[in-house]
Design a binder for this molecule. Structure first.
Ligand SMILES: *Cc1c(COP(=O)(O)O)cnc(C)c1O
Ligand code: SF4
Length: 392
């Protein structure tokens, strides 16, 4: 090891002293020049993502379904897994939830009649490139196409990928002008791709420009980085965010096994810097489609100050049939959460109306009957209670 590699730069100096797991050590050893300090460096993690058949084969023994998936995904939604996230894969279990989310399978190349390229109808509601204005008072601002890890069920697979660079400073300026001209916009949700794959300076340009618009009350950042690449959450990044408070963060979490010591540390840093966090979870077959698995995830999230926000029914994106559950599965999960555990652990279950309907809440039926102002209600345990409206 060269002496210079031992110098802590300011980013790694803010890292916790979390020892590498046996699997992390094993994967790090596949990179002959790499050191444990590199493992803590998010740029090293990005540069060294697992993207080829040869690379993934050194980490897990692929099933034939996966092997065909990895080969075929090459020119579509490419495989891309940070070494950190790859170390969470159970190499012996093809049903491992981390593996199902990150390693392509050839089912992705099948299509079902209900599937679409743009299931949420975002292109239709784009007012300028990269800006979706669907709801009255808030906009979705897409700032890049790159993610650390490409989720195999991604609802934006039509646009995400390292090779796509249609979103950049020139589209930002057009989007910013639109927001400036629309006084009704009080909330700007910055997403992508994953905005946190951008460098601090570009992010600061985006956030400071949005916050400089007088009618914008706050920004939110939609990201999966704290889960797939927690090393990206540096004290420099958070010091920058703090200048633009209030900032909220929505983090895409799907399974309790994603809540590792590094993720806990990252979320604690985020919470300590005054950023409230909510989670967004995609209901996925084989990954989190039971009340027990969801409850465990939400309990883990509350412990790291992340409030469960949404469970999304998996969008009918092309090639997603193997991931999608019935709506009944989602309703059953909700029924087994409400009342059975901490109310803060109960998110809202939504279906994004295919074609551009936006988020539509789906809930178990608690009103058994209504006669005028007389409601017969069912509580969480299935017992009936009657509520009578006041008369005036
Ligand atoms: C999800 C979404 C939002 C934000 O919705 P909230 O319910 O406020 O979190 C805004 N715009 C679009 C297009 C969205 O899909
Ligand atoms: S992080 Fe979000 S945008 Fe990126 S691949 Fe996953 S679901 Fe898609």
């Amino acid at each position: 090891m060269k002496a210079s590699t031992l110098v802590f730069d300011s980013e790694t100096a803010s890292r916790p002293n979390i020892p590498l797991s046996a699997q992390e050590e094993r994967i790090l050893a596949l990179y002959p020049d790499a050191t444990p300090l590199d493992w803590e460096d998010w740029r090293w993690q990005i540069r060294n993502r697992i993207r080829t058949l040869d690379a993934i084969k050194k980490i897990i023994k692929l099933t034939s379904t996966e092997e065909r998936g990895v080969i075929g995904a090459g020119d579509k939604l490419t495989m891309s897994i940070p070494p950190y996230f790859a170390a969470l894969i159970d190499p012996h279990d093809p049903g491992c939830p981390i593996r199902l989310q990150s390693v392509p399978q050839d089912y992705e190349f099948e299509t079902a009649p209900e599937e679409m390229r743009d299931p949420c109808g975002e292109d239709k509601d784009s007012v300028v490139h990269g800006l979706v204005h669907r709801y009255p008072d808030r906009v979705l601002f897409l700032v890049n196409e790159m993610c650390a890890m490409y989720c195999r069920y991604c609802t934006r697979s039509r646009m995400v990928g390292d090779g796509n660079h249609t979103l950049n400073t020139s589209t930002y300026d057009v989007a910013l002008n639109y927001i400036r001209e629309h006084q009704e916009v009080r909330d700007v949700l910055i997403s992508g791709g994953d905005p946190l794959t951008l460098g601090d300076r570009t992010l600061e340009y985006i956030i400071s420009s949005v916050k400089a618009i007088p009618h914008v009350e706050f920004v939110r950042i939609g990201t999966r980085i704290p889960v797939t690449l927690p090393q990206r959450i540096t004290s420099e990044l958070l010091a920058m965010f703090k200048k633009y408070s209030p900032i909220w963060m929505s983090i895409h979490f799907n399974h309790a096994s994603e809540v590792t010591p590094r993720v806990k540390h990252a979320c604690n840093m985020i919470a300590d810097s005054g950023i409230p966090m909510g989670s967004q979870t995609v209901l996925l077959r084989g990954v989190n489609d039971s009340p027990e698995v969801m409850k465990k995830l939400f309990h883990e999230l509350l412990k790291i100050r992340v409030r469960p926000y949404y469970i999304y029914q998996c969008d009918p994106i092309t090639g997603s049939r193997h991931f999608r559950t019935t709506v009944e599965t989602g309703i059953n999960i909700m029924q087994n959460l409400r009342g059975h555990t901490t109310g803060y652990a109960v998110p809202t279950y939504v279906i994004d109306g295919p074609g551009g309907g936006g988020k539509i809440p789906i809930a178990p039926e608690y009103i058994v009957s209504r006669t005028g102002g007389r409601y017969v209600l069912k509580n969480y345990a299935g017992e009936l209670y009657t509520y009578v409206d006041p008369t005036y």
